[in-house]
Design a protein around this ligand. Structure first.
Ligand code: HEM
Length: 223
């Protein structure tokens, strides 16, 4: 039955070459942990991607209950946490995943750095990687405010004060992020939009570019 559906779609869309291109791609020996155990360091990028996918999926479910306004945000998270079936698990996945993704991305960056994999012709992919790094940190910063509890409020206060200390531009950055002089309704609405639309959209585009470049250039050679 599934085969028939696949054949029907394939006849019209010619899907097979696309996934064969991914599935038949030969992995060089030096990145295969079955040949050299130390090649496990090449897994960090793929594991980071796996965690990013978990963050997208769990985050999409969280938005079904989360209410991004200062009167309801805290209560909506409490309700999700205590009343909704599997709510605690999905929130837990998003919470722990947020930290894990940073750890994994950092390990991946260390692998690329210490192997010198950022050198010509991969400089552009390094720059794309640095942009991804900042976006992931931005997701962590904006997501932290959303539960709208004391910890969220004061952590954001500290973060905004750090942003405000940037020479010359600090004041503008703070106003742009907070939506005014105090952390309030505008700040929560902004952080929500940035967390759920702006940064994820940018992240998707950059990860696509990251992967396209890796396929074009191939993985860097052995040390
Ligand atoms: C969401 C974050 C990221 C994901 C999902 C990701 C994913 C990947 C994957 C799957 C690879 C293939 C090789 C491997 O896994 O080691 C790779 C390679 C690479 N990544 Fe990332 N990456 C991310 C962030 C970064 C960051 C932060 C940097 C640097 C600042 C970076 C720089 C590179 C470079 C230069 C390569 C090519 C390495 C080579 O050819 O040996 N990436 N990335």
């Amino acid at each position: 039955m599934l085969n028939k559906i696949y054949d029907w779609v394939d006849e019209r869309v010619d899907l097979t070459p696309i996934w064969r291109d991914v599935a038949d791609h030969e992995v060089p020996e030096h990145v295969n942990p079955a040949h050299h155990f130390s090649a496990f360091v090449y897994c960090f990028g793929g594991l980071t991607f796996f965690l990013v996918v978990i963050q997208f999926l769990s985050g999409m479910f969280l938005t079904m209950y989360y209410v991004p306004d200062i009167m309801n945000a805290y209560e909506s998270v409490k309700y999700l946490q205590n009343e909704v079936a599997y709510g605690q698990i999905v929130r837990g996945m998003h919470h722990w995943g947020a930290s894990l993704v940073i750890v994994m991305m950092f390990l991946h960056t260390l692998r690329v750095f210490f192997q010198g994999a950022y050198k010509k012709p991969r400089e552009l992919n390094w720059v794309i990687g640095v942009s991804i790094f900042m976006i992931i940190l931005g997701l962590g910063f904006t997501g932290y405010l959303l539960p709208w509890d004391m910890k969220a409020y004061f952590a954001t206060k500290v973060g905004l004060e750090i942003a405000a200390s940037v020479p010359f531009l600090g004041g503008y950055i703070e106003t742009l992020l907070a939506g005014g002089g105090v952390i309030g309704a505008q700040t929560l609405a902004r952080f929500f939009a940035i967390h759920v639309f702006f940064l994820p959209a940018a992240l998707l585009g950059l990860i696509a570019a990251h992967f396209i470049l890796i396929r074009r250039q191939g993985i860097s050679g052995p040390l």
